[in-house]
Design a protein around this ligand. Structure first.
Ligand SMILES: [Zn+2]
Length: 170
């Protein structure tokens, strides 16, 4: 069991675009095991590889049961939007209301590289979209209006201060 460090905002790696995983081997298997362990330890419901500094399109999600999605893509199934409060392991202590399409269909690969398809709604759908955003270098705070972003100005500044402190020590 290996718990990896989770990168926090404003780590520049969180803004980078992840590359597809193409080789399914012992190394990718180990990465996925570490991600599952790290997510469980942090009591999160989703984690993208970039959050532990690995720029590959891999995510683990735990809504009803652990789900591994490699190279996921989604299409919106209907126009209904869903607004819910989101949080992120890379933005500790920050939550904000985000609006996203509520029902999606997802194409991905499993941890062995087999193609999988699924439909998701509610929290699972939100979580998958949130993780795919991570793979594209986006955090949920990028979706906020200036007014909603102003509301979390103080905790964001605190995270920036913490990050600077940590990097000056290293
Ligand atoms: Zn996140």
């Amino acid at each position: 069991m290996t718990i990896r460090d989770i990168l926090c905002y404003p780590d520049p790696r969180l803004s980078q675009v992840s590359q597809p995983l193409t080789v399914f081997d012992e190394k990718s298997d180990m990465l996925i095991n570490d991600m599952l362990d790290t997510m469980a330890d942090a009591e999160g419901i989703g984690l993208a590889a970039v959050q532990i500094g690995v720029l590959l399109r891999v995510t683990v999600i735990n809504i009803n049961e652990p789900l591994v999605l490699v190279n996921p893509e989604f299409k919106v199934l209907e126009d209904t939007m869903h607004c819910d409060e989101e949080g992120c392991l890379s933005l500790p202590g920050i939550r904000a209301e985000i609006t996203r399409p509520s029902r999606i269909k997802v194409k991905a690969q499993d941890r062995q590289g087999n193609k999988i398809k699924l439909k998701a709604e509610g929290l699972e759908s939100i979580c998958i979209q949130h993780e795919i955003d991570h793979m594209d270098g986006k955090l949920f705070i990028n979706k906020l209006t200036p007014l909603s972003k102003a509301k979390i100005d103080t905790p964001l500044r605190n995270l920036i201060a913490l990050y600077r402190e940590k990097h000056q020590q290293n």
